[in-house]
Design a protein around this ligand. Structure first.
Ligand code: ADP
Ligand code: ADP
Length: 228
């Protein structure tokens, strides 16, 4: 799914404390791209991701996904967009503690129109041996892979990841990135990854740099694969 953002403005606060989280942002992401969004803390990365995910509202401007202006959708259509088209992964895994890996993913599959096969997905996530384990029994990397499974099982067109490896050691982080690449290759999911880790840019088709609510650069990237 292509993503087009036109003149997006999002302000927080009032009067002297007013800040532009997004200050007239325009950008285009092509269908099937892996896009890494880099920028310091507070630069507007999460706000940008939330807008694309239909999780928050702009003050002005528009977000168009695959030809549909999601900023003009009504409540019902927006809920459907979030449920069917956009998957979101956060740094804090947001798993349900009382459910095991497979159950965590199944509850999302159960409300999806055309879910992926659970066992195949769990195998792709490298979690087959952990399918009946509960979140507290998993390493951080395994928990994040389960969270990615929850976002992916609905077979979304866009996968939005907010600092997906922020809480992980470098080995687990590498495993998570490898899975995201595999998913992109197999399902052609458009993937956006927020990070402030420059090292993650190597896997990207596109690198977008954000600063003070503005896009400071947006470049196609020649993929450099770094072997361990
Ligand atoms: P990043 O993801 O790059 O760290 P954010 O998009 O989270 O940046 O935030 C951009 C700016 O907007 C920051 O100055 C932040 O403090 C502010 N901001 C974000 N969300 C809110 C909110 N709900 N209320 C007030 N200010 C917010
Ligand atoms: P991986 O093998 O995926 O790299 P780790 O080396 O981090 O994962 O963990 C090794 C094993 O220890 C895993 O199978 C995991 O289920 C288990 N494990 C990790 N953390 C905990 C924990 N806090 N409680 C119980 N089991 C854990």
């Amino acid at each position: 799914m292509s993503i087009v953002i036109e003149d997006a403005v999002k302000k927080y606060g009032r009067g002297e404390s007013e800040i532009y989280a997004l200050n007239h942002v325009s950008l285009q992401i092509e269908s099937g791209e892996v896009c890494v969004i880099l920028g310091p803390s507070g630069s507007g990365k999460s706000t940008l991701l939330h807008m694309i995910g239909g999780l928050d509202q702009l003050d002005s401007g528009s977000v168009t996904v695959d030809g549909t202006k999601i900023t003009e959708l009504g409540k019902k259509a927006l809920t459907e967009y979030r449920r069917e088209k956009a998957g979101v992964v956060f740094q804090s895994y947001n798993l349900i503690a009382e459910l095991n890996v497979k159950e965590n993913i199944r509850v999302v599959a159960d409300i999806s129109k055309d879910p992926l096969d659970l066992d195949t997905l769990i195998a792709e996530l490298g979690l087959s041996r952990h399918a009946t384990h509960f979140p507290a029994e998993l390493s951080g990397g395994q928990q994040q892979r389960c969270a990615i499974g929850r976002a992916l099982v609905k077979n979304p067109d866009i996968l939005l990841c907010d600092e997906p490896t922020g809480a992980l050691d470098s080995v687990s982080a590498g495993e998570v990135l490898e899975i995201l690449e595999k998913i992109n290759e197999k399902y052609h999911t458009t993937i956006l990854i927020i990070t402030h880790n420059e090292n993650m840019a190597g896997m990207a088709d596109r690198i977008i740099r954000v600063h003070d609510g503005k896009i400071v650069s947006n470049e196609k990237n020649k993929k450099v694969r770094v072997k361990e």
